[in-house]
Design a binder for this molecule. Sequence first.
Ligand code: AMP
Length: 218
Amino acid sequence: MRLVLLGPPGAGKGTQAKVLSHNLNLVHLSTGDMFREAVKKNDKLGLMLAEYMRKGQLVPDEMVNQIVLNRLEDKSIQNSFILDGYPRTKPQAITLGEFLKSHNMPLELVIYMETSEEIIIKRLTGRRVCKDCAAIFHINNMPPKKNGICDNCNGNLILRDDDKKETVLKRIEIYKQQTAELIEYYKRQGLLHTVPGDFQAKELYNILCDLFKKQGLL
Ligand code: AMP
C-alpha cells in the first residue's frame, strides 16, 4: 500500500502512521522524525534544520525532497509506505509524483485528516514526547504512568519547541498558506479521502481500516 497522510499539524498523522505501519507492515516515513534525528547529530545540517523547526517554518523544498527521495530509493521500502508530513507544499507533491511514477509505484491513497483548530491547539500544546525513544504522550488524553517519564524506556518527556502555543499558531498559518492547497491537488487526481481528524485515535484507526477494505487495499 502506498499512502500519504495529509492534514494540519496535530491532526494525528504520526499517531495513525505508527499504528498502521506496525499492523499493516508498511514503512513509516515521517519527515519530522527524520529531521529530529538529524538535529541530534548537532552537525551543520542538524543545526540548520533545528532553526527552521524551532521557528515553526518549513524546511526548503530542495532539502526535503532530496532527503525523502533518497529514502524512497532504499530497497527496504518495497513498495509499501506511509508518508507522514510529506509532501507539505505543491512543489514537493509534484516532485514526489514524478519520482513515484518513474519508479512505477504511484500513490494509491491520500488521506486528508480534517481537524478543527481548537482540537489542534489542545493536542499539540498538551503533547509530550520522549527525548530518547520518541514515544508520544498527552497530559490529558494519554498521560504516562509516572508524570514526565516515558512508560517505554523511562526517558524524560519534553514539550517540543514547536509545540509551544505561539509556534503552533504559526504552524497552523503556514499549513493554511502552503499545505492546504494539496487537498484540492489530490482531489483532482481522484486520490483524496477525507476522514475526521477530530475523532479519538482508536475510532479513526477503525475508520481508516474500513476505508482500506472498501478500496480493496486490505
Ligand atoms: P512534523 O513533526 O511533521 O510536524 O514536522 C516538524 C517540523 O519539521 C515542521 O514544523 C517543519 O519545520 C519540518 N518539516 C517536516 N516535514 C516537512 C516538509 N515536508 N517540508 C518542510 N518542512 C518540514
